[in-house]
Design a protein around this ligand. Structure first.
Ligand code: BG6
Length: 503
């Protein structure tokens, strides 16, 4: 049984129910599987079914293709329980409902509680569940999945962890990070550890620098209220991007067991050098906000004009951070990571820039064509691209970069699961590999906290502006030592730098 707290919220309809629906169509859900929605809204089972399935804009296209009976088979296992206006009321009524549904559908005693609520409610919900003995594992497991944001700072994350751990063991707590559910993010592990051609080069001897871009063409849309008290660093960097970084930085785990992988990821995050002094923080971080502009004939609002955003807001919609990793493998290799809204296109990719050959034999190479690159495209146009030098046919030894590429789409019929499908299924099966552990989340905050503190209270901290639809503020290139510019990826993996779509 899956009990969803915050069931009347957007995430339930937008992500959770569509993921469950896909799992149902793929016969991945047990026949006696039950979903019990719970929240403060006054709704009946029928209202809940209508809202999340029959009238859902997120399922509209999907449900029209399946039979009425099959759809009913899915929705007949959906129920709703009104918590009576507050999450801190007693859960005795909820407990009775759970017991009745267990009986009716013979679900057994394994239950997942999905906390799709603001984090301020996590501890309250955990406490109330415990008071009604709903965390009792004597006849079956109980697991809690919590949504982001997991904390607002190191201190709040620690408090959240401590609050949940009062009532549930760490092994029962699943902190979701939907980037870990992406097939291409998981493939980082396979690319590194299932090949003998990359790993020997995966270190300071061969890698010049690592660049990670996470760009979105959209703005903050209707989430201005939430975003304004969060910003790019909290919203994307502390969680999704630090997870990607950990998979690039980590040492080989001793096995594929969840704890072995998670131990290495934590070690990786802990080895990132924390920036403490103002000078480093000033030189290694850039924050910016998008400004109004006209893109493709359409006027786009600036961040400060968005609904729910303060007129004098200093919340960043662009963050670029340079950092180093203090260990044997990565000593002196700079990492450049940026994340932003209102960029020219939506793309997430990792670029490993290899060092140029120690001895430059061929003079005819273009300056920007001297290094090999491995580009791991996380989205869209998922795949891997290797850029390497080939001889230009004809006289002499002119060298050009050629592309060696692999696209996930070439795998044809393989169905790639969406992040939430994979993660829900993993939690049902008790596999926490793709969930963040308490120490992992705290280690990530430890790195991010001083940057946030500097941006808030530091001397001479700048907030740059960039027109919506460009690759961030002009000075962002200054962050990159040596080559002095970011790759500007297009929507297609093999588009050359410089090419991009203004959408
Ligand atoms: C969410 C952030 O976690 O990730 C959003 O809160 C962001 O601001 C989203 O838009 C991006 O996810 P994806 O999967 O579309 O890259």
């Amino acid at each position: 049984m899956l009990v969803i707290f915050g069931a009347s919220g957007d995430l339930t309809a937008r992500k959770l129910v569509p993921a469950l629906f896909n799992l149902f169509l793929a016969d991945q859900l047990a026949e006696n599987f039950v979903v019990l929605g719970a929240s403060r809204s006054d709704m009946t089972d029928t209202d809940f079914r209508n809202r999340t399935v029959y009238e859902s804009k997120y399922l509209k296209d999907k449900i029209k293709d399946i039979s009425k009976e099959r759809l009913e088979q899915f929705t007949s296992q959906f129920y709703y329980e009104d918590l009576g206006g507050a999450y801190d009321n007693s859960y005795e009524k909820l407990n009775s409902r759970v017991e009745a549904l267990k009986e009716k559908h013979q679900t057994g005693d394994n239950v997942i509680y999905y906390l799709s609520t603001p984090p301020a409610l996590f501890e309250t919900i955990a406490q109330k569940l415990a008071e009604s003995k709903m965390n009792d594992q004597s006849n079956g497991w109980k697991r809690v999945i919590v949504e982001k944001p997991f904390g607002y700072s190191l201190e709040t994350a620690k408090n959240l962890n401590a609050g949940l751990q009062k009532y549930f063991e760490e092994q029962q707590i699943y902190r979701i990070d939907h980037y870990l559910g992406k097939e291409t993010v998981q493939n980082l592990l396979v690319t590194r550890f299932a090949n003998s051609i990359f790993e020997p080069l995966w270190n300071r001897n061969y890698i010049h620098h690592v660049e990670i871009t996470n760009a979105e063409s959209g703005g903050v849309e209707k989430r201005g209220g939430y975003y304004d008290s969060s910003g790019a660093l909290r919203d994307m960097f502390q969680n999704h991007l630090m997870q990607i970084v950990s998979l690039i930085v980590m040492e080989p785990p001793i096995s594929e067991a969840p704890e072995d992988i998670r131990n290495e990821k934590v070690k990786a995050i802990k080895s990132i050098r924390i920036m403490k002094d103002e000078e480093t923080l000033r030189d290694h971080t850039i924050r910016a906000q998008y400004m109004p502009s006209v893109v493709d004939g359409k006027s786009l609002k600036g961040y400060r004009q968005e609904e729910g955003v303060a007129e004098d807001s200093t919340t960043e919609t662009y963050a670029a951070i340079k950092f180093f990793v203090d260990n044997w493998r990565w000593h002196d290799v700079p990492f450049y990571v940026r994340t932003a809204k209102r960029m020219p296109t939506k793309v997430t990719e990792v670029v490993i820039h290899f060092k140029t050959p120690h001895h430059q034999l061929f003079r005819g190479e273009r300056k920007d064509h001297k290094d090999n690159k491995l580009i791991i495209r996380i989205q869209p146009d998922e795949g891997i691209l290797i850029k390497f030098g080939v001889k230009v046919p004809g006289q002499g030894f002119m060298v050009e970069r050629a592309n060696l590429d692999f696209y996930y789409s070439d795998l044809g019929e393989t169905k790639v699961m969406q992040a939430y499908e994979r993660l829900l299924l993993d939690a049902m099966q008790g596999d926490a590999t793709l969930y963040a552990r308490a120490d992992e989340v705290e280690a990530a905050w430890e790195f991010v906290d001083p940057i946030l503190e500097y941006w808030k209270n530091g001397k001479d901290v700048r907030m740059y502006g960039y027109a919506s639809g460009v690759w961030g503020p002009e000075n962002a290139d200054e962050l990159i030592e040596g080559i002095g510019y970011w790759r500007s990826p297009g929507p297609n993996l093999t588009d050359d730098p410089g090419f991009c779509v203004i959408c």
